[in-house]
Design a binder for this molecule. Structure first.
Ligand SMILES: Cc1cc2nc3c(=O)[nH]c(=O)nc-3n(C[C@H](O)[C@H](O)[C@H](O)COP(=O)(O)O)c2cc1C
Length: 369
């Protein structure tokens, strides 16, 4: 059930599959006889110097995937690799505890909660804990329909019942960790009256379906650091993000977990890059599984990519070491791809490395600019 919670998407999982599949349709064209003895993947993302333009995407409740390691392990692994970490607002470790694990650059993801006082308080805590930026997720006015979870009788925290007993007993190591560590809950809000036992209950009471651009602009005014808006797909919305003062547009369909049959994010990139026109940075996530996927996103206008499931698999398999291994695989693949392309710097990855850029452009032309 935990595997399915990570792996799954909304409805028929069309977008989930499409995100990864569409990267393969973009063809790479290489230079020959270029000196590639020194590859430099360093970049600047949201004002932070990073060793590579790869961001740890915010994912709720990391202790669910490894009850002992959780967010702390992911934050430490990101710091060890010199990468930008983002904590989910629904993390199972508090902002302050995460900050104690890593002096490295970090972002905090939020939603516009119904209780605006709570929003202000969480922003103040993020600032005090040294977070460099805020990521406002806007593709979640309601939770997506992820059918694997009810089928598995999955809940947060996971409960051992008649239906889940066989699965739990088949994973004694996980069960031991789950039952010998503190209960998994939304730690950032645990201090509220009565605590927050269930993330789903908390989401239902605090998610505000009436949120509009005015609220996003209000949020921007509340935070004086870097500000990104995550979950954007339409070019005109991307332009509006910049107009209300966002530093970055985060192109995402929530890894295919929200609106199913949405386009693959890589197909949305060219029109969004046109709309943003250099006025801010663009971050892309969804289906990034190879170093070559990263090169393609950068070539088509992204300043960085973010990854969700790839590091979660590492975390679930072996905690901090697993996350480090996942990051090592991706960064070394990016370096190898750059060497094979004959490009030694991130800013040298332009649209000319995509052989069929024009076909790709035609495919994305139907999307309103
Ligand atoms: C298990 C899981 C939990 C997630 N939780 C959040 C979240 O709390 N907030 C958020 O903005 N995005 C969340 N996301 C979406 C990710 O930030 C990101 O957009 C997505 O995972 C990228 O796609 P990928 O998994 O194909 O790399 C979650 C994704 C997964 C897989």
């Amino acid at each position: 059930m935990v595997f399915d919670y990570i792996d799954g998407g909304a409805d028929d999982e069309v977008t989930l599959r499409r995100n990864a599949a569409r990267f393969r349709d973009y063809e790479l064209l290489w230079d020959v006889l270029a000196d590639v003895s020194a590859i430099d993947t360093s970049a600047n993302v949201l004002g932070q110097a990073v060793s590579a333009p790869i961001i740890i995407a915010p994912t709720a409740s990391s202790r669910l995937f490894n009850p002992r390691a959780g967010e702390r392990a992911v934050a430490r692994a990101a710091h060890a690799h010199g990468l930008l970490y983002s904590a989910s607002t629904l993390a199972s470790t508090s902002i302050e505890e995460i900050a104690r694990e890593t002096p490295g650059p970090k972002l905090f993801q939020i939603y516009v909660w119904k209780d605006r006082g709570l929003v202000r308080e969480i922003l103040q805590r993020a600032k005090a804990a040294g977070f460099a930026g805020i990521v406002l997720t806007v593709d979640t006015p309601v939770a997506g329909n992820r059918e694997r979870d009810p089928r598995n009788r999955f809940s947060i925290p996971p409960k051992v019942s008649l239906h889940t007993a066989a699965q739990a007993l088949a994973r004694p190591g996980y069960l031991f960790d789950l039952t010998t560590t503190p209960s998994i809950r939304a730690e950032n809000f645990a201090h509220l009256a009565g605590g927050v036992g269930s993330i789903v209950d908390f989401i239902n009471t605090q998610f505000d379906r009436s949120v509009t651009w005015r609220d996003a602009a209000w949020m921007r005014e509340q935070w004086d650091g870097a500000f990104a808006i995550k979950g954007v797909g339409r070019p005109s919305d991307a332009a509006q993000c910049i107009d209300i003062g966002a530093d970055a547009v985060w192109v995402s369909n929530h890894g295919g977990r929200q609106l199913d049959t949405a386009p693959a994010t890589i197909d949305l990139l060219t029109p969004i890059a046109d709309a943003v026109a250099g006025r801010g940075q663009i971050i892309l996530d969804g289906g990034v599984r190879r170093g070559s996927d990263i090169a393609k996103a950068l070539a088509l206008g992204a300043s960085a990519v973010a990854i969700g499931r790839p590091y979660l698999w590492g975390l679930a398999a072996s905690g901090e070491l697993g996350v480090r291994r996942a990051l090592e695989i991706l960064t070394s693949e990016l370096e190898r791809t750059m060497a094979l392309l004959g490009r030694t710097r991130i800013d040298a990855l332009g649209p000319d490395i995509i052989a069929n850029a024009q076909d790709a452009e035609m495919r994305s032309r139907h999307i309103e600019r």
